[in-house]
Design a protein around this ligand. Structure first.
Ligand code: ZN
Length: 169
């Protein structure tokens, strides 16, 4: 079982991954829950990671419906998701007919895509996002996060405001 939180929002029917650029539609509580989960899992001393999963909308956006917390192994400046967990995650995502649209991990201090992050990304699927959260996520939700979009094997930094669309209640 993969630990997750399902947001109370209507699920679109399953469909294929939309072509980039993909706008992420975020339930009202998602940024705060993400920040809190990372902060708690890091405990001020090790990196942590969560995933955003959901389904495409008819308009080609991505509605995030699940905050997913896979098990990981980490230290102060490194993190890995063991292969067995990645497999378990893939099976669960498929069974729920979800797509993972972003991974989000925190750093001890500055948020940036490190060499280790580039060397071992969670995914390099076109249009996939990787977000990095500074200061072991002790700050306010979404503040000073940095966001990168995978396109043709390269990472491109994007303002979160251009890719995140927070839904109102
Ligand atoms: Zn990193």
């Amino acid at each position: 079982m993969i630990r997750h939180r399902r947001f109370a929002i209507a699920m679109p029917a399953p469909s294929r991954r939309p072509a980039p650029p993909v706008t992420l539609l975020l339930p009202p509580d998602l940024l705060e829950q993400t920040q809190l989960e990372l902060r708690e899992a890091s405990g001020g001393h090790c990196e942590a990671i969560v995933l955003w999963a959901g389904r495409p909308t008819a308009d080609g956006d991505a509605l995030i419906t699940h905050l997913v917390m896979p098990k990981f192994e980490s230290g102060r400046d490194h993190l890995t998701i063991p292969p067995v967990v990645r497999h378990e995650l893939a099976v669960w995502v498929r069974s729920e007919r979800l797509l993972v649209f972003a991974d989000l991990h925190d750093h001890p201090a500055e948020a940036f895509l490190s060499r280790a992050d580039v060397a071992a990304p969670f995914s390099t699927t076109n249009g996939f996002y990787a977000a990095v959260i500074p200061d072991f996520a002790v700050g306010d939700p979404g503040v000073e996060w940095r966001l990168y979009e995978a396109l043709d094997g390269q990472w491109h930094e994007r303002p979160t405001s251009s890719k995140f669309h927070e839904l109102s209640v």
